[in-house]
Write a protein that binds this ligand. Structure first.
Ligand SMILES: Cc1ncc(COP(=O)(O)O)c(C=O)c1O
Length: 388
């Protein structure tokens, strides 16, 4: 059996997705397809490397070695033709905390920070918790799907210090093109706006090619900070390893001083060896995983379009998250939520948590074995049929 077909029971493993959804959804008989991790085991070389750490058995203070920097920069070069030097990188314990520290280091209270909703919902809290001003540049829906509203972005940049870009975009699944990124870079240069590019989904591209914002902005006077991680790519989120890439040495120094003041910097050896093994030996696994996820996306699209014609599947170019348009069901937010929980018995991510533009949409995580996916579709179908 192909490894991605294998159903591994995640119940009672303290999994946020499988064990803790009742806290969030208020019901305990749901089928979980929400939080963005995968129901697949990490690549074998990762497991092996972590086992060696267990066998060594000493978990004292640990630092990230040069070999991890080397493996990371080699990966970026190979996957994105992106030439990053080791000394541009700062390892951090998660992309979300990294962005919070970036906001604290490079902006002041009340400064405007632009986001492009509907978007990964912790972005809202990052801005509010740090007492910055949320500036919204909603994505534009066209006949061909979603794109960046550049005219509106230009207006918003006049009131902002920073743009928080989500590239590829969660939950829409867009992989921004070179033209789109260059246009954003041009505006950022014109209005002197810092661009923080969250590229945590960079490796999960199903169609097209991910272009790092820093590459698209090369040659322009744009302050860029990029945030990446092997966590989505290889299903290592709970190991808490991410990294921030700086184009500007002074900015990097400033950021490192901030982290020191906050006492961020205790690293763990499991994350080091897992990330290094993934980057050195995980590429084939990644290609197979992408192939599998692509087939799941197609299955969801074909199934829903043939059997539930009032729903539309926005086929993602990137991420393993499928944005489903249920607006034609004509339910209000609360009604749709209730229907999904109590009739379909599914734990999906409700569209409105990503911003008011998400009303009528849901996000389904398809990084799971086909059997798990089919159960989700069956549940949706039953609720849909009962509604008719
Ligand atoms: C766009 C985006 N950024 C950040 C994260 C989470 O990052 P971390 O777990 O490293 O804080 C996610 C997880 O879904 C995400 O989709």
């Amino acid at each position: 059996m192909m490894e991605f077909e294998q159903v591994i029971d995640r119940n009672q493993s303290n999994s946020m997705k499988w064990d803790f959804y009742p806290d969030r959804y208020g019901a305990d008989d749901l089928w979980p397809m929400w939080v963005a991790d995968m129901d697949f085991q990490a690549p074998k070389p990762v497991l092996q490397a972590m086992q060696e750490v267990v066998e060594h058995g000493i978990f004292g203070y640990h630092r990230r070695p040069k070999s991890l920097f080397d493996a990371t920069t080699a990966w970026l070069e190979k996957r994105f033709d992106w030439n990053v030097e080791n000394d541009q990188i700062v390892f951090t314990p998660g992309v979300v905390p990294s962005i919070s520290h970036i906001i604290q280091t490079f902006t002041e209270k009340e400064d405007g920070v632009i986001i492009q909703p509907p978007v990964y919902y912790p972005f809202y809290a990052l801005i509010h918790n740090n007492e910055r001003t949320l500036v919204r540049n909603p994505l534009k829906e066209t006949g061909q799907g979603f794109t960046i509203d550049l005219e509106d972005l230009e207006e918003k940049m006049k009131q902002a210090k920073m743009l928080l870009l989500c590239s590829p975009h969660n939950p829409i699944g867009r992989v921004w093109t070179e033209d789109e990124l260059s246009a954003v870079a041009e505006l950022a240069e014109k209005y002197n706006v810092l661009v923080v590019s969250d590229e945590i989904h960079a490796d999960i591209v199903l169609e097209g090619q991910h272009i790092p914002f820093a590459k698209a902005a090369a040659g322009k006077e744009v302050e860029t900070i990029s945030c990446l991680a092997p966590s989505k790519t290889f299903n290592l989120a709970s190991l808490q390893l991410s990294y921030v890439i700086f184009e500007n040495k002074e900015a990097k120094k400033k950021y490192e001083s901030h982290l020191q003041r906050e006492f961020v910097g205790i690293d763990n050896p499991f994350a080091t060896v897992a990330a290094e093994a993934a980057y050195r030996y995980g590429e084939e696994w990644l290609e197979q995983m992408l192939h599998y996820v692509r087939s799941n996306v197609h299955r969801v699209k074909d199934y829903i379009e043939s059997n539930m014609p009032e729903m539309k599947v926005i086929e993602p170019e990137g991420t393993y998250l499928v944005w489903i348009d249920m607006r034609e069901l004509n339910m209000g937010n609360k009604e749709l939520e209730k229907w999904l929980r109590h009739e379909a018995k599914l734990a999906l991510s409700d569209g409105p948590i990503f911003g008011k533009e998400g009303a009528g949409f849901v996000r389904m995580n398809v990084a799971c074995p086909r059997e798990t996916l089919e159960e989700g579709l069956r549940r949706l179908q039953t609720a849909y049929d009962n509604k008719k």
